[in-house]
Ligand binder design. Structure first.
Ligand code: BGP
Length: 461
């Protein structure tokens, strides 16, 4: 019997993680990255004063966790390789203990027929490189390329799906615009330079990989549709500018090999263009990705500016649009983010119509829930809201596939309840609950449900 929502053969069912959020930076040998540094210097900036030293200890529990992934129907799983675990100084000597750790994680995944999807940079700049200016300094790109090359050489025989960056716009927003990531700078022009260098680093890694390996390489972007309040030209323009700044600034160069002309014009008008080097244009043009990861949580809703910005104030992206709280929008009652399942469809149709139908997959989607213990029944968290959330998004993803979109898979954020950058353990996302004092793992109801739909490759209702 065919299921109402049947997904293509070999659809990737799984989940995603990042090194800083699950490994525990106090475990094993690891150099300091910006998160360790920031926590040591300003613990008050962290929720409940919990830093990255105490996380879900995947470092010691990965064997158990990988077995549980298998039980949860995973045929694929994304992890990241911590740059400062692999190369504690950021550049130079490789840490053999890290090599053994990641190799064993990868081997265990493969032994369980779970394909490892490996991402390189997930917000975790090594602190010694930050002291050189981080992504503000073009020389850091060479250090990144060494790190990428070392990772490809070490694990490229087993790993066939690589990603250069996770959500590269987030360190730009957090670190250089809105003060929620280290180094807490607020400077639009620097933000653009940082974004630009990140793209050059990405391109160099893609170039190297394509020249030396034959798997696939891509990037993971949080594509956040920016919906206008109305069809009024001023609202449409606001949404267009927001889209240019926050989505197309990475999407276009990564997939099409060029920056949108409107974006260049906008930046030129406000004297915000980054410093570029003569060979950059060709580098950007010639090295496109094979695969795009799409992280989707909630859309952005925008409207035209109500008041013109004060020309004496420093320029910020908000000079060009205002946010808009759409009346009646559906909210996640346990965290406060909007839930708009159709966004996933709109993103995929946009990729089909305007980005050559690039092979893509949902690399993160998930529902954070505060105080999730309140839903425990008979020792298990009964997270029916998460099942509904996933199902709602999968239905729209299925519709996108029927419309001809080249969608290859769906990964939940995340497998284990993990540490979050801004919220520590406040919002739980996992298929598995983790007691952070005992490290005991307990499957939530959604884990069993997901195992079933992955096994059937779909569902009816
Ligand atoms: C994404 C990041 C993840 C993860 C997730 C959930 O932007 O790639 O690392 O943290 O968001 O967000 P949060 O942890 O803030 O709830």
């Amino acid at each position: 019997m065919t299921l109402k929502y049947t997904f293509p053969n070999d659809f990737w069912w799984g989940s995603a993680s990042s090194a800083t959020q699950i490994e525990g930076s106090d475990n094993g040998i690891k150099g300091k990255d910006i998160w360790d540094h920031w926590y040591q210097s300003e613990p008050n900036r962290f929720f409940d004063q919990i830093g990255p030293g105490q996380t879900s200890d995947f470092y010691h529990h990965y064997q158990e966790d990988i077995k549980n992934m298998k039980q949860t129907g995973h045929n694929s799983f994304r992890l990241s390789i911590s740059w400062s675990r692999l190369i504690p100084g950021g550049k130079g000597e490789v840490n053999q203990q890290a090599v053994d750790f990641y190799r064993d994680v990868i081997d265990q995944l493969l032994a369980h027929e779970i394909e490892p999807f490996v991402n390189l940079f997930h917000f975790d700049m090594p602190y010694p490189l930050h002291e050189l200016g981080g992504w503000e300094n073009r020389q850091v790109i060479d250090a990144y390329l060494d790190y990428a090359t070392i990772a490809f050489e070490l694990f490229g025989d087993r790993v066939k799906k690589w990603f250069t960056f996770n959500e590269p716009i987030v360190p730009v927003e957090g670190g250089y615009l809105y003060d929620f990531h280290y180094p807490n700078i607020v400077d639009f022009k620097k933000a653009i330079q940082v974004a630009y260098h990140t793209m050059i680093a990405h391109k160099k890694a893609v170039q190297y990989y394509h020249g030396n390996f034959n798997g696939e390489i891509g990037i993971i972007l949080n594509l956040t549709p920016s919906y206008p309040r109305s069809q009024h030209p001023a609202d449409l323009k606001a949404a267009h500018l927001c889209d240019l700044l926050f989505n197309r600034s990475f999407l276009d160069p990564a997939v099409k090999g060029e920056y949108p002309k409107d974006l260049i014009e906008l930046l030129a008008t406000y004297d915000l263009l980054p410093q570029i080097e003569p060979d950059d244009e060709q580098l950007i043009r010639d090295h496109q990705i094979d695969l795009l990861g799409v992280n989707y949580y909630q859309p952005r809703r925008v409207k035209a500016k109500e008041n013109l910005p004060n020309p004496a104030s420093p320029i910020m992206p908000e000079w060009f649009f205002d946010s808009y709280d759409m009346p009646g929008r559906k909210m996640n009652p346990y965290r406060g983010w909007e839930i708009y399942e159709k966004g996933i469809y709109d993103i995929m149709v946009n990729l089909k119509d305007n980005y050559g139908n690039i092979p893509s997959f949902i690399s993160e989607n998930g529902m954070g829930v505060e105080n999730e213990e309140r839903f425990v029944n008979n020792g298990q968290i009964e997270d029916d809201y998460r099942i509904d959330f996933i199902k709602g998004h999968l239905k729209w993803l299925h519709k996108a596939i029927l419309a001809g979109c080249n969608v290859k898979g769906y990964h939940l954020w995340t497998f284990l309840d993990n540490w979050s950058w801004m919220n520590a353990y406040k919002n739980r996302y996992g298929f598995y609950a983790v007691d952070i004092n005992t490290q005991k793992r307990t499957a939530k109801k959604s884990a069993k449900w997901f195992a079933k739909i992955a096994e059937q490759n779909g569902f009816n209702n």
